[in-house]
Design a binder for this molecule. Structure first.
Ligand code: GLN
Length: 380
């Protein structure tokens, strides 16, 4: 059969490749981003209880009402933004589905989407599957700052959407209030929709505050904010996230969502709704991960690798510029196979494969894991 691919240049995601390589070579896996410590027993018990009580059939298409209500309350408390739980919040199968359904619903053939590289690897293919044209703008280490005057130059009459991500995967950079103000002005002036990936909203360090699009009333009126429970509750495998967007945009997102997954599993949604009623269950995440970042940095002191600034997310970038001329992909493979420690090569997040000699390490791990990783890195 002569099968012509819609995504001929796309292979298996780098996260699957590196996690598998780590497994095969018995390497410590700091590649794919997921915690190696347990989910709260209380939350697991709640899910069990919901299942036993018989909550095992389809949830409502937009999500369980109790969960949407508690999300509404938390958004009001956190971002001082009022949303309608019935018409503006949609529970999705993780952040990735939220992004995919949003793009599938809103991008028409020929529409241009501005995105910043390094970018999460699902963004570009999702745009292209909808017939849109991704317009990539490269950001540079160490700060990966956005030059908004460059952004303006990329806008054409076909520009429909702009994607941002804060705290940033893989860079660990966070957008400032002045970034959000620039974004708000540009979006208003050119009538753009903003798709804001905020899945690491609670993983932010050193006294910084997360700048959600939801904090900016005019911006929120033309934005979709994407969140994830997996990141907040150490349960990436449950694949539950949500979108927050004005009613007219949400209506469109749901048109896609209802045919991508229809709805998300019921017992987890019910359990999360109950669990989130106690802010103690999520308020201390920033401090928790800041300690992990600092512990990891402590372990790599004295190595030849140079850490880049990390203000949020659970990823630390390390430069090996002074150590090897290898490409970052070769370096990641060598480290996994020979040194038994798996990272992610950052060129995988650049459409043009820009190689800044950077590797990404996930520090959402036990101290023991991070200590062992540090011992390996000291030998490099
Ligand atoms: N978000 C995770 C990461 O950046 C990966 C998720 C996945 O593998 N799909 O590592």
């Amino acid at each position: 059969m002569n099968l012509s691919s819609r995504l001929p240049d796309v292979g298996t995601t780098i996260f699957s490749i590196m996690s598998k390589m780590a497994l095969v070579h018995n390497a410590i896996n700091l590649s794919q981003g997921f915690p190696d410590f347990p989910v709260s027993e209380k939350l697991i018990d709640l899910i069990h209880q919901k299942m036993k009580e018989g909550h095992n059939q389809y949830a409502p298409m937009p999500g369980v009402e109790a969960l949407r209500n508690i999300i509404r309350d938390i958004i009001l408390k956190t971002y001082r933004h009022e949303v309608n739980a019935e018409t503006e919040i949609t529970i999705t199968a993780g952040g990735t589905e939220a992004i995919f359904s949003s793009i599938a619903a809103l991008i028409r053939p020929g529409d241009e989407v501005i995105l910043f590289d390094p970018s999460y690897d699902s963004y570009d293919p999702a745009i292209r599957l909808s017939g849109g044209t991704p317009v990539h703008l490269n950001l540079s280490p160490p700060h990966f700052a956005i030059d908004w005057s460059e952004v303006k130059k990329k806008i054409t009459p076909r520009t429909r959407l702009i994607m941002v991500n804060t705290p940033h995967n893989p860079a660990g950079a966070v957008l400032s209030s002045s970034d959000l103000q620039s974004l708000e002005m540009i979006a208003a002036e050119h009538n753009l929709i903003v798709l804001s990936d905020e899945v690491y909203e609670r993983i932010i360090f050193d006294g910084r505050v997360h700048e959600s699009v939801l904090k900016y009333p005019a911006l929120a009126q033309q934005s979709i904010a994407v969140f994830s429970f997996g990141k907040t509750f150490h349960a990436t495998g449950w694949k539950v996230g949500y979108t927050v967007a004005p009613e007219a945009i949400t209506q469109e997102i749901r048109k896609a969502h209802q045919f991508v997954t229809f709805s998300v599993n019921t017992p987890v949604q019910l359990a999360l709704a109950e669990f989130m009623a106690d802010p103690e269950n999520y308020l201390h995440l920033g401090k928790f991960y800041q300690q992990k970042r600092d512990f990891f940095l402590e372990q790599i002191k004295g190595t030849s690798l140079r850490p880049l600034p990390c203000s949020g997310s659970y990823f630390q970038l390390l430069s090996y510029e002074g150590v090897s001329q290898k490409t970052d992909r070769d370096m990641a493979i060598w480290m996994t196979q020979e040194m038994k420690l798996a990272p992610i090569p950052v060129s995988a997040f650049y459409k043009d494969q820009t190689d800044n000699k950077l590797l990404r390490f996930c520090f959402a791990k036990n101290e023991n894991t991070l200590r062992k990783a540090g011992e390996i890195l000291k030998k490099i």
